[in-house]
Design a protein around this ligand. Sequence first.
Ligand code: FMN
Length: 243
Amino acid sequence: MNSTIDQIAQHRSIRQFTSQPVAPELISQAVKAAQQAATSSNVQAYSMLQISDPKVRHKLAELCGNQEKVAECGAFFVMCADSRRHRLLAKRANKKYQSHLEGFLVGVIDACLFAQNLAIAFESMDLGICYIGGLRNDLIQAQKLLNFPIGVYPLFGFCVGYPDEDPFKRPRLPLQAVLFKDQYPSDQEMLDLIDEYDQEMSTYYIQRGASGRTWSPQIAGFHEELRRGDLADFYKEQGANLT
Ligand SMILES: Cc1cc2nc3c(=O)[nH]c(=O)nc-3n(C[C@H](O)[C@H](O)[C@H](O)COP(=O)(O)O)c2cc1C
């Protein structure tokens, strides 16, 4: 193919890192590249906080569900949707700042595009990365530690560092289960494709020493209960309008 596609296709999350820090120049290079991600109307509604204080990293590791990698990786960041700059500009221009769901979504989308570009940039430097959705386990406590101003919405953490493990790549759904031509497939077609994938995932889990596991039972159980039900209240407190 080409080296970019090869690079992207090699991704796997890294969860064990050596203690080697990531040099600030590498971080700057990766962030500059990541900033070139497309952004809705060039609003650039995201930002990222690097957490360098070891005590704060340890506390965040706990809050993220005792994920030690948060404290141990070479560099840890909190990725945010960010309307703060827009609010400052509105205020300076004596204009009203109207918070709305569209603005929130734009920030979330922008932050994700930036984050995934950043992931690829770091991986191209032979570093490993892991997104940390566990940050949303307890955003109220995370906010007490990090003091984000109104208009900044922490979304997830992001570990980067030198890998201290070499995990298998996790298989993905068949192409036909995510790329459709002209119309959405029937439910039965989709379920058949998933059965195919379950077989592949079951081989993957056997290789990892976790035989008996596969994908669909996991996903089927994933949405049985309300998860992180305090998110809307948290983001509203931070200034989001979710209607
Ligand atoms: C937004 C987001 C949040 C995630 N949160 C966590 C997390 O808290 N802890 C973790 O170990 N992995 C986390 N992951 C990694 C996923 O579990 C992983 O990407 C997925 O299982 C696919 O595996 P792979 O990245 O190795 O291909 C997260 C990934 C994303 C995109």
